[in-house]
Design a protein around this ligand. Structure first.
Ligand SMILES: C[S@@+](CC[C@H](N)C(=O)[O-])C[C@H]1O[C@@H](n2cnc3c(N)ncnc32)[C@H](O)[C@@H]1O
Length: 482
């Protein structure tokens, strides 16, 4: 692990500073936190209870960022990580921390944010709901092809490398867009998805088709997106390539098309997407190699059609329980009119529509609104009205004033939280209840403080949709002060 950082650390000041630290807790984004007097250290790869020798990477007036060089006394909460790439790949932060401790830390994070940023002094956050499955829970993984493989620390002692240096299919080394870690098995996705990943690696190498070079902007294979429906137990594969230019590439595509269909009956569709530009997210052409154009997922009795590039929550196994909790917090009845702000494709709106008189979903993305309307129609729902709207516009107060006044507002904003103009609107509307869902407790706490001008914070429930990462969702309930 230490070697991975040498190139980086050489450029930094304080390279030689070594400190012995006792880690007391975890800080934002999962670094271990230690104090020496008033000075704070954020130590990468350290856990609460560890006694470590750490190497300083960056030093400021009141704090430093460091990385573990040696563990002198391991934390009692350490567990053996399952994944051989843990510590190199940035996908998981806490595979080495006992899951109950992960939950405890996430609860503490949310509470600290509400107390310190939101000024809800002494406010206690509920015990979090944990994921039933800690592994294999993601329904979407985006793997990159690269002609520049990241050499793993354990390979440094190999006289001859077992894997080629100029081919990789996996995940980018953190902050290195030119380097990809060749991943044989990712524990966050389904076991069968790993067989698919392995198949694509082998066939690409067999046909000697080139992998994308981020430096030279050339190469045939760019990325492989694997999506999974837990309801249907089916996969959607999206293979992103450069335009076909050689005989081998054409043969490769034909072979993949026939072999995937034959060997992986659970693959519902294989789509080839052409992108020959330098922009990694550009879609120039879509070629359906076989199958339907969507997969579907059922959440609380609502059927969602998921097209290749439409958004869907990444942990569909927990989505029933998560959305049920949000609905419980909304305390719905058949008289209620609800506004669902930042409704996306309607994951909250559509199940909630079954329990209320009418619900309005507001959302910026035209594609998401299109999917939400399509899913409403597919499920025969006619009391959910979807409106494309930029909720951060300055004149949002005038824009939404004419809609039926809601008694409940559900809010699920992006990480940055709400704009002041929207908060002003919510304060003017004065719905009886607010249910604020967020994956960023600091912006959530800040917004809840602004809303507390008219609302009382009743309850905050963290929900862990992303085990082994530092991410956490939290549902906050606020009620209008009479
Ligand atoms: C956390 S997601 C909410 C997802 C939604 N609850 C769902 O399940 O599909 C945040 C949503 O906010 C939308 N968004 C971002 N900026 C916005 C804005 N200025 N106005 C309205 N919606 C916005 C994004 O497009 C995204 O769908």
């Amino acid at each position: 692990m230490f070697f991975q950082y040498i190139w980086f650390m050489r450029k930094k000041k304080n390279f030689n500073e070594i400190v012995e630290l006792e880690i007391s807790s975890l800080a934002f984004q999962g670094a271990g936190l230690a104090r020496l007097g008033n000075f704070v250290y954020f130590v990468k790869h350290a856990l609460p209870g560890d006694k470590v020798i750490a190497q300083v990477l960056r030093k400021k007036k009141s704090y430093a960022e460091a990385i573990v060089q040696k563990i002198l006394v391991p934390s009692p909460f350490r567990v053996e990580p399952r994944c051989e790439y843990f510590g190199t790949c940035g996908g998981c932060t806490f595979q080495n921390l006992d899951y109950l401790k992960q939950l405890e830390w996430k609860r503490q994070q949310v509470e600290d944010n509400f107390q310190r940023i939101g000024n809800f002094i002494d406010f206690k956050v509920d015990d979090p709901i944990g994921s039933k499955e800690n592994f294999h829970y993601r329904n979407k993984m985006d793997f990159s092809f690269s002609n520049s493989r990241w050499i793993m620390p354990q390979e440094l002692s190999e006289i001859e490398l077992k894997k080629p240096k100029d081919f990789a299919l996996g995940l980018h080394y953190p902050k290195r867009y030119d380097k990809v870690i060749d991943i044989d098995y990712c524990y966050l996705q389904q076991a069968e998805a790993n067989q698919i990943l392995q198949y694509f690696r082998e066939i690409a190498r067999k046909y000697e088709v080139s992998a994308w070079s981020e430096k030279e902007h050339k190469g045939f294979l760019r990325s492989l997106i694997i999506r999974h429906s837990f309801t249907e137990k089916k996969f959607m594969l999206i293979l992103i390539t450069n335009e076909l230019s050689s005989k081998e590439e054409k043969e490769f595509i034909e072979k993949v098309k026939s072999e995937v269909q034959k060997n992986f009956p659970n693959v519902a569709l294989l789509l080839q997407v052409i992108n020959s530009t330098n922009n990694p997210v550009r879609i120039e052409e879509q070629r359906l190699l076989f199958g339907n154009s969507t997969i579907s997922e059922n959440i609380l009795g609502i059927n969602y059609q998921i097209s290749p590039f439409s958004f869907f929550q990444t942990n569909s196994q927990e989505l029933n329980r998560f959305i049920s909790k949000i609905i419980d917090f909304a305390n719905p009845d058949q008289e209620q009119v609800v506004w669902d702000l930042y409704c996306g494709t309607g994951t909250i709106t559509l199940p909630l529509s079954k329990k209320v008189k009418k619900i309005y979903g507001f959302e910026l993305s035209e594609d998401a609104i299109f999917d939400a309307k399509k899913n409403a129609a597919l499920n025969g729902i006619d009391n959910a009205i979807f409106v494309q709207e930029d909720l951060h516009k300055k004149n949002i107060v005038e824009k939404l004033r004419d809609y039926e006044i809601p008694s409940t507002i559900t809010i699920d904003p992006p990480r940055a939280g709400m704009h002041k103009s929207l908060i002003e609107l919510i304060l003017q509307v004065a719905a009886k209840r607010l249910v604020y869902v967020s994956c960023n407790p600091s912006s959530q706490a800040r917004d809840c403080e602004l809303l507390s001008e008219k609302y009382r914070l009743k309850k905050v429930l963290p929900f862990d949709m992303f085990p082994h990462t530092y991410h956490i969702e939290a549902i906050a309930e606020m009620e209008l002060i009479d």
